[in-house]
Design a protein around this ligand. Sequence first.
Ligand code: BES
Ligand code: ZN
Length: 638
Amino acid sequence: MLVRRTLLGAGLAIPALSACAAITERTPDWLPRATTPDFLRRDTTLPRDPHSHARPEEARVKHVSLDLTADFERKVLHGTATLDIERRADADRIFLDVDGLLIKSVRTNVGEPTWRETRRRTDMGSALEIPLWPGANQIVIEYETSPQAGALQWLEPAQTASGKHFLFSQGQAILTRTWIPTQDSPGIRQTYDARITVPRDLKAVMSADMGPRRGRRVRGGRRFRFRMDQPIPPYLIALAVGDIQFRRIGRRSGVYAEPSVIDAAANEFVDLERMIDAAEDLYGGYRWGRYDVLVLPPSFPYGGMENPKLTFATPTILAGDRSLVSLIAHELAHSWSGNLVTNALWSDFWLNEGFTNYFEGRITEALYGEDLAAMQNVLAWADIQAAIAAGPADSTRLHLPGERGAEDYVAAIAYDKGALFLRTIEAAIGRDRMDRYLRAYFDRNAFQPMTTERFLEDFRYHVVRGDEALEQSLQLDAWAHEPGLPSNAVEPRATGFEEVAHFVNDFANAGSPPAAAPWENWGTLQRQRYLQTLPRALSQAQLDTLERAFGLNEIGNSEVLFDWLSLALRNRYEPAVAPTERFLTRMGRGKFVRPLYRAMMDQGDWGQPYARRIYAAARAGYHPIVQGQVDRIVTPGS
Ligand code: BES
Ligand code: ZN
């Protein structure tokens, strides 16, 4: 079917909007005459974001100017947010998103309106409704955050490597509203600047250009200034405060970390500049100036977060052998997919992560070779199959139906099925055509929101161009909207895993002891594959031999340790409890933390007491996001 919903306007001449001036392409023959596809009109009418109270079609925030002080005693940020807004002539109010903010006053450039907070929902905060008098285009909000703000983690000196306080923010998906009163929807892009005052012995960094006179002394501390002149979705506004050092890596790249971590970080990320070069070779110039990585304290809830100019990363990727740096390739890739072309709604999350996962694979391949990328694809295939087997079917769609979004995605689907979709397209149209398409896609849609439907239209317009056979073979709509995997999905293979399969077989047939496996020569992905494909049910004796052969309880690589502990706990292997406890109290990365508690909770009377005991000690060190998630695992019904 080539005639789609957006072509229903066929026959209606659509007047050219000024924004269309840049579009030089002629309407192709296969489109009905006088029809402009919806996505080429670049109209601003996007579906309303169900996770935001904003009504951007009436009035929207264009710029956020922050003047905030970090108070570590009270665990609050306080100060002002000054918003520049644009409004329709007849718009007499603006709606912002706020969650748990203490609003002290609201002023505009033409007076002090009576604001109110309405429509509170526990999952997405309230609407801050501000009446706008004629001429009002700037709003100054004086406020402070709650000590429980979901976006902020305030670390005590005992929780950091430096022994000093630390604060960081995490905005994605809808947490920016817990520290900044603004329109918190990924389709509403805003520039920002900030003045951040911190205690004298600390530094501030942000996802922005760092201003001159860094750390100027002021009353009560030091002040840092920042500017982000490119419009970004508000979930990418990010701040960290701590004893932070910088080390240069390349001409436009470097790493920030606490002093005792900076050497390890600089060593792990030596390839940073080469990664940026590889990414540019694929999809065009890096548009954000500098690219730095901030290594956070171990409670950082994610592997990485693509805050523009300054990726935030977990220290659990500091393996010592650079074997986990593809995570940095991933966050860097978001500088195109996600930060330039942004999911319009959280139900389109796969557009951010699936594209980025595909792009990450391409960078990995360029830097570390085809088979490494292939091994990642094979591991991902297994994850997709597991997610599909686990169901429900609805959770295995790329585009999430209904109001789903922010927290409802399954990573193996949004990330891995998303990337597999793009690899399937690549296989069908060839790598050259795919690369040309993607490069142009990022250019054409830079600084714009993207929906699943728009992407399909864009792809059909620029690539399929009425080729019925190609259309049939791609199954685009099935990929984007149906559960499971379409029939044209091809299972990936990796040479590096053939040897692994051989030793897994041997082990399963008890033909040879695990010690015979060339573990020492294997890379991280091969070790993961081995642990992930061994028989799931193992005897205590088998677990003992495995553990002794490879020293698994003491392994330093977080991904391999995680796979080992998952396997061991599911087999009630007592000697794995102590290393689990160490791991779970040493770091708070959700991807490791959640499944390990789940593995223990699934083991009834054997595992549940361990889960509760470990969590009682570890909880205080976790980020509020992870605390909430683990609460639900360890205390069901909470
Ligand atoms: N943007 C995500 C992290 C994220 C997703 C934060 C959803 C909040 C809500 C980031 O780019 C990411 O995908 N991180 C992964 C690592 C990656 C290599 C798969 C992670 O944190 O594990
Ligand atoms: Zn990502």
